[in-house]
Design a protein around this ligand. Sequence first.
Ligand code: PTJ
Length: 246
Amino acid sequence: MNDIAADPSHPRYKSLLLRHLLEQAAEKGMLAASALIAHGRGEAFDYLLGEQTTPSALIATQQAAARLMSAKRPVISLNGNVVALAGREMLLVANALGCPVEINIFYRTPERMTALLNHLEDIKQELNIDVEILGANPDARIPGLEGPRANCTNKGIFSSDVILVPLEDGDRCEALVAMGKFVIVVDLNPLSRSAIMGNLTIVDELTRFAVNLFAAIGEDYELQDIDNDALLSDAHAQIATNATKR
Ligand code: PTJ
């Protein structure tokens, strides 16, 4: 690890650490070429949100936990950035829920799939947990999408009723909603198509969300009717307040 990323007293320590995790993942061949651009866009929105979980994002996270716990066939969809930044927490959540995770990447290559599977298997061994990792052998397709990004597994994404899709592409999010699934999105950009298309959108940084979600699993949060537009409006208002503060 470089010196700055290793120094917790640095004011930008958390941000540098996440960048460093992505650098390491890129070296292992886990990431899409545009992964760092996507992360940079997220960072920009996180600045505007104040780099902390808003009260409304925390409530949305607790609702995500309640939805996942009450689902018949929950699944967590993982892409390169998510595995790199929060693979460990996502596996812990899946273990607590007793559900599979599915690697479902936008820029699909066999080499990336292998690198991501190996990384998750290493975490599983380290944690000594038994979570099913799907995605290596897709046998179903998401209707309405072209090309490899439609690939999924019948056992996982295809037959799920509630799906957690952090940092999802807007088209695929829309296609999953059209399949009748309850789609939980995590995206720092409240203006993104995924954020708007999802049934429940958590506008928060992925690693903060992952810690909060794990803490909420097993708690007794009552399922509420979700007004996703109101959650997005809260995020817009937070950004507007922060942007006009100085
Ligand atoms: O691994 P792959 O092939 O599936 O590709 C993954 C990426 C993320 C590269 C791909 O899905 C992509 O290009 O995504 P987009 O369309 O750039 O969207 C990423 C969204 O995630 C943007 O709206 C960012 O604001 C948001 N984002 C980025 N980093 C974070 C984030 N949201 C929460 N936490 C983050 N750390």
